[in-house]
Design a protein around this ligand. Structure first.
Ligand SMILES: Nc1nc2c(ncn2[C@@H]2O[C@H](COP(=O)(O)OP(=O)(O)O)[C@@H](O)[C@H]2O)c(=O)[nH]1
Ligand SMILES: [Mg+2]
Length: 254
């Protein structure tokens, strides 16, 4: 007879855009915790790309998926989740590459997923004093909009990117609905999963506030934009979400 833990085949999915300094520790933490790791390079610059290439060689449990150019966090996570399902995993732990999530909580997330395999296991952040006060209160604005959209208080936090998705359910959502491809992704998928009746389970977790020096991707694209007329960058990016990683991304290391 299989135990719930045996029925769960989890991996980690890490979207990466220019986090050369922190990503190594994150991947080491994940693989040391026993998780296979699908890392999606979202068009990072040379420094970070080199770090990822080296990690892919030294960490056998890491698979590096490379997007042809920057598409945003949502596009990168979506590619990683598709790759995870195709590789036979049942659940994916989504983690930021910047080291802001507390990886010592992984066993708690996995235990909750094993006990509730159909649910989305969501991190509910406990920020330390490093969060700027104004950001702390601005997050409440998002909470209120989400509560209005779901007509409930079921979503305790929609912005924390530390969570476990049941893959079949999540990929079905991504393949049938146009979900935001950038930072809107985390919020939007949770609202849409809630609309579809998904159960959400909450884990309080310590989160460090880490501010990027560059808040937005470099406006000068690192790869040639498509010249197809009449198709906006967002739409192109969305199209590539539903077709990648099969078309747009390349798996560098299995
Ligand atoms: N900012 C940003 N992060 C991206 C992008 N693509 C993938 N990511 C990854 O998405 C995760 C969240 O980004 P982060 O800068 O930590 O955002 P924050 O946690 O919301 O402040 C990190 O692992 C990034 O490396 C992108 O285009 N822009
Ligand atoms: Mg982060």
């Amino acid at each position: 007879m299989t135990t719930p833990e045996q029925a769960l085949r989890p991996c980690a999915v890490v979207p990466v855009f220019d986090h050369a300094a922190a990503v190594g520790d994150v991947i080491r933490g994940l693989t040391d915790a026993g998780l296979a790791c699908i890392v999606v390079d979202d068009g990072s610059g040379t420094d970070c790309a080199r770090v990822l290439d080296a990690l892919a060689v030294s960490r056998p449990r890491m698979t590096l998926v490379r997007r042809p150019c920057n598409g945003g966090k949502g596009a990168a996570v979506s590619d990683g989740l598709h790759a995870a399902l195709a590789a036979g995993f049942t659940h994916a732990l989504q983690v930021d590459a910047d080291g802001q999530h507390d990886l010592t909580d992984i066993p708690r997330f996995l235990a909750e997923a094993a006990a509730h395999p159909d649910a989305v296991i969501c991190g509910r952040p406990d920020f330390d004093a490093s969060i700027p006060r104004v950001r702390f209160y601005l997050r409440y604005l998002t909470h209120v909009l989400v509560w209005l959209n779901t007509l409930s208080f079921d979503i305790e936090d929609s912005m924390c990117g530390y969570r476990i998705y049941p893959l079949a359910r999540m990929v079905e959502l991504l393949d049938t609905e146009a979900v935001g491809s950038r930072m809107d992704f985390d919020i939007e998928v949770l609202v849409r999963l809630h609309w579809r009746g998904a159960r959400l389970r909450w884990i309080r977790t310590r989160v460090r506030w880490i501010c990027r020096r560059k808040a937005w991707p470099n406006p000068i694209p690192r790869c040639a934009p498509s010249t197809r007329p009449g198709i906006s960058a967002t739409t192109r990016s969305r199209l590539s979400i539903t077709t990648t990683p099969r078309l747009g991304s390349s798996v560098v290391n299995g």
